[in-house]
Design a binder for this molecule. Structure first.
Ligand SMILES: [Zn+2]
Length: 861
């Protein structure tokens, strides 16, 4: 295996050859010497080596960690790929026209050599420390967030001071001398994940969306090649921020910067895996090169100035933004259904010069993510992205929405070889899979359903888990992870391995997740099918649901584990409550059926008005005969708390004795009928209810239902608000010209056959509750504290607080959630005090209808 990997000496020779072959496009130079006097090679790829500094540039670094050989190997392959294809590939020509590529294939040549020759798992450089030990972790030796330590033998020892090492000084000097660098990629192994830079504050930065999108677009290029999904993870909040790394140093210089963790092992099997890593990362790297001009620090196109939501419905959303007037500029809008998604042609929903966009045909009660950038149509340069908008569409008129979170006590993992599995519950992450020491392990997730009404009918459900770490866990390419609904009647003790192992699974949920789709930092979702919703519906009667998550149960020879780690949100290992396992539900209620009989019925002919009789057709002179029906709907419950979900009108015909081509239709007249023949005849049609019915059809079926369509349904709901009377007219039509003396009568006397209006309705609040009052912001023990007063109302279910650094949140999902519940205060835990931000406080009822937010702006101290 190792023979196939190039040594540092070999790559130097390869680059010298390339230099000879492509002198115009390629150059290698030394940017410094290591402790052991090796040259630190820098490669330049440019359309013209003489003018490389005139174009914005990508800065690639590899193998700063000695044992992470992929960076070195990929750099060799990428340089070869570009140079060998430049001549005939117009896309590459175009990229190189606009961008320069700088690569340091190996930022730690001494360590790399040591790792190849002596000790595979060597990570640091080869400095001789004062105590005789060797090595500094170069990726802890940069100044941003640098942590001083005396633990020289540690694998993450950061050196005596920032830039104490010649390798990091060489990188610093090069980057500081090249302000044309706009994107920096630092290649490591392993984890199949991107780690974008951060500024050590737990707030999104103006370019968080840019870094996430760059990574997501690179990830999508990888997925196209190998179907493998990469995670994207900024490593927050609030734990495990890496100190003193190169990535944060480059970022501090205004460079979009990310670490790329490749593969599933430090040194992967060359033929099996390394080849595939190269194949999948070359298109990803090309994408990064393509983006380089868009992040040019000097001549880039400016970002739009604001990006806001103005309206959200159950099926649409309206967005607006601002930009300086410029006819060369248009805007690209991208819509995704998951966070940290790519933005490419497949999810581009608008190209427009307008400053607003209305998105329609959305699904109800679903999360959408919108991204926007400006494009100069002359230069094709694109601006950075404005911070992403997140919104959730409203539930449909008959829908309710619920989010259920895992309970602390009922959530944990059980391992085959552990005796005290109880202690994992509510504390530790969910380890699922198999491990040499732990044996097989399962996770149990329990959710309380006690706020779900007993007559709820689940329409959609999805189960969500947050994968927190797959760097320290090891995932090879095999096996699948499944979520099952447990039969609670027979489940036994959820903290006992044997009981969990023997659980009866009523139904597995959604599609299994295969090992190459376990993406750290991106929520994994299992969508329920209709059948699975039925099972969930059944267990909901227990007021709780228990899920078992299981992974592979066998180890490959030579491997010690195949294990995934999901967050539970609780305990010191968790990322906080927003990262709890959760279940999103959309449900409706079984409707109440109200039957309403008419308060008045008339037959209206040209000559007379006949009470309590229903006839329609044509009289002896060929004039139409109408029937009218008046109803009073005041017996229905109040408008504010009721939604009519369905309505239909039932009529039963008496004996049929005509064969002629006569059809009948029922009109909904939203007013009381004036029983005047001419007025009825000349009246405008308001709404036809359902389809018209022919005399022939009546022969076969005495009972006729005229069903309200959605427009008529809306009108009926409006009538409920007024509690006014509503009326209907039954009228005949015929394609024949002169029909005379033909009519049909309908049952009136027998109540079961008499005309009736059947209305299905559910109790549902229509309007949001009042807003909170007395909203206030104070500082308490170095934290921002928000306080407010809840409105006093029986239907209040809680208050939701979110924050957003870039806009006043209009949607309850457009920002970081700080709190939801009945308290009247919350803290901005881990929040920074030195950035401006908006807090939004919404009240909600059980639908939930959210109030318009109360916004409090925090001004940086
Ligand atoms: Zn590394």
């Amino acid at each position: 295996m190792k023979q196939l990997y190039k040594t540092y000496g070999e790559s130097t020779e390869i680059f010298k050859e390339l230099e000879k072959k492509y002198p115009k496009y390629f150059k290698m130079k030394s940017i410094g010497k290591t402790w052991e006097k090796r040259d630190i090679n820098l490669l330049i790829i440019s359309k013209d080596i003489k003018t490389h500094e005139e174009r914005p540039a990508l800065f690639y670094t590899g193998t700063i960690h000695a044992r992470e050989w992929v960076g070195h190997e990929l750099a060799i392959e990428f340089a070869n790929y570009i140079l060998n294809n430049l001549d005939h590939d117009p896309a590459i020509q175009n990229y190189i026209e606009n961008a320069t590529i700088y690569m340091v294939p190996c930022a730690n040549p001494d360590g790399f050599e040591y790792s190849q020759k002596h000790f595979s798992f060597w990570r640091k450089n080869r400095r001789q420390n004062a105590d005789g030990s060797y090595g500094v972790d170069l990726n802890r030796n940069f100044p941003i967030g640098y942590v001083k330590s005396t633990a020289t033998t540690s694998n993450v020892y950061g050196g005596p001071e920032p830039f104490s090492e010649p390798e990091t000084r060489a990188l610093r000097d090069f980057v500081e001398a090249h302000e044309n660098i706009s994107i920096a990629l630092d290649y490591h192994s392993q984890g199949n994940v991107f780690f974008p830079a951060h500024d050590f504050r737990h707030e999104d930065t103006i370019d968080t969306t840019d870094m996430n999108t760059l990574c997501a677009n690179m990830a999508e290029e990888i997925r196209k090649i190998s179907d493998r999904e990469y995670g994207i993870h900024q490593g927050k909040p609030p734990t495990k921020l890496i100190s003193g790394s190169g990535r944060e140093f480059y970022y501090s210089k205004g460079i979009i910067s990310t670490v790329v963790e490749v593969g599933t092992r430090n040194i992967s099997d060359y033929l099996d895996d390394m080849n595939e890593h190269v194949r999948e990362h070359i298109p990803a790297l090309l994408h990064a090169v393509k983006e380089v001009p868009n992040y040019d620090r000097k001549n880039g196109l400016s970002r739009i100035k604001s990006f806001e939501i103005t309206e959200i419905g159950s099926n649409h959303a309206n967005l607006v933004w601002e930009y300086e007037q410029n006819n060369d500029i248009f805007f690209e809008i991208y819509r995704s259904t998951k966070n940290k998604s790519f933005c490419n042609a497949s999810n581009l929903v608008a190209r427009t010069q307008s400053l607003e966009f209305s998105d329609i045909n959305l699904n109800s009660n679903k999360d959408y993510y919108y991204n926007i950038r400006a494009v100069n149509k002359k230069t094709n340069i694109k601006s950075p992205f404005y911070p992403q908008i997140i919104l959730r569409t409203d539930p449909e008129y008959d829908e309710f929405s619920r989010t259920y979170y895992a309970t602390s006590k009922g959530t944990g993992y059980v391992a085959e070889n552990y005796t005290n599995n109880k202690k994992h519950f509510g504390v530790n992450s969910l380890f699922v899979g198999v491990d040499l020491n732990k044996g097989v392990s399962y996770a149990i997730v329990t959710m309380s359903f006690n706020t779900l009404p007993s007559n709820a009918q689940i329409k959609h459900a999805s189960f969500h888990l947050y994968p927190i770490n797959r760097v320290s866990t090891t995932i090879e390419k095999y096996g699948e992870w499944n979520v099952g609904i447990v039969n609670q009647e027979t489940m036994g003790d959820i903290t006992n391995f044997d009981d969990v192992d023997n659980m009866e699974i009523l139904q597995y949920v959604g599609r299994p997740t295969s090992s190459d789709k376990l993406t750290q930092g991106i929520w994994r979702t299992w969508e329920f099918s209709g059948k699975e919703c039925e099972t969930l519906q059944k267990v909901a009667a227990n007021n709780k649901v228990v899920f078992r998550i299981e992974g592979p149960k066998d180890l490959i020879i030579g491997r010690t584990r195949q294990m995934m780690q999901w967050d539970i949100g609780y305990g010191k290992f968790g990322y906080g409550l927003p990262y709890r396992p959760r279940l999103e539900l959309t449900y409706t209620l079984k409707p109440t059926i109200s039957t309403i009989y008419p308060k008045a019925v008339y037959t209206v002919t040209k000559d007379e008005v006949i009470n309590n009789e229903i006839t329609a057709g044509f009289d002896a002179d060929g004039n139409k005969i109408y029937s009218t029906f008046e109803f009073n709907i005041s017996s229905l419950p109040p408008y504010d708390e009721t939604i009519i979900t369905n309505a239909y009108f039932e009529l039963n015909s008496t004996k049929i004795y005509i064969k002629d081509d006569i059809r009948f239709h029922l009109e909904f007249v939203d007013e009381n009928i004036d029983k005047d023949y001419e007025k009825i005849k000349n009246r405008d049609v308001i709404h036809n209810i359902g389809y018209d019915v022919s005399a022939t059809e009546l022969k076969n079926n005495q009972t006729q239902y005229f069903t309200f369509d959605s427009y008529a349904g809306i009108t009926l709901n409006e009538k409920l608000e007024d509690k006014s009377d509503i009326s209907f007219v039954l009228s005949p039509t015929s394609s024949k010209k002169a029909i005379k003396d033909k009519s049909i009568s309908w049952e009136m006397k027998n109540q079961s056959l008499s005309p009736k209006l059947i209305i299905e309705h559910i109790p549902k609040r229509r309007k949001p509750l009042p807003q909170v009052t007395n909203a206030n912001l104070t500082l308490e023990n170095g934290k921002i504290k928000l306080t407010w007063t809840n409105p006093i109302h029986d239907d209040l279910k809680g208050v939701k607080v979110i924050k957003n650094a870039y806009r006043e949140p209009y949607s309850t999902h457009d920002g970081q959630k700080l709190y939801a519940g009945m308290d009247e205060y919350t803290f901005d835990d881990f929040g920074a005090l030195d950035v401006d931000k908006y807090f939004a406080i919404f009240t909600y009822d059980e639908v939930p209808n959210y109030s318009k937010p109360i916004i409090i702006k925090y001004e940086a101290k």
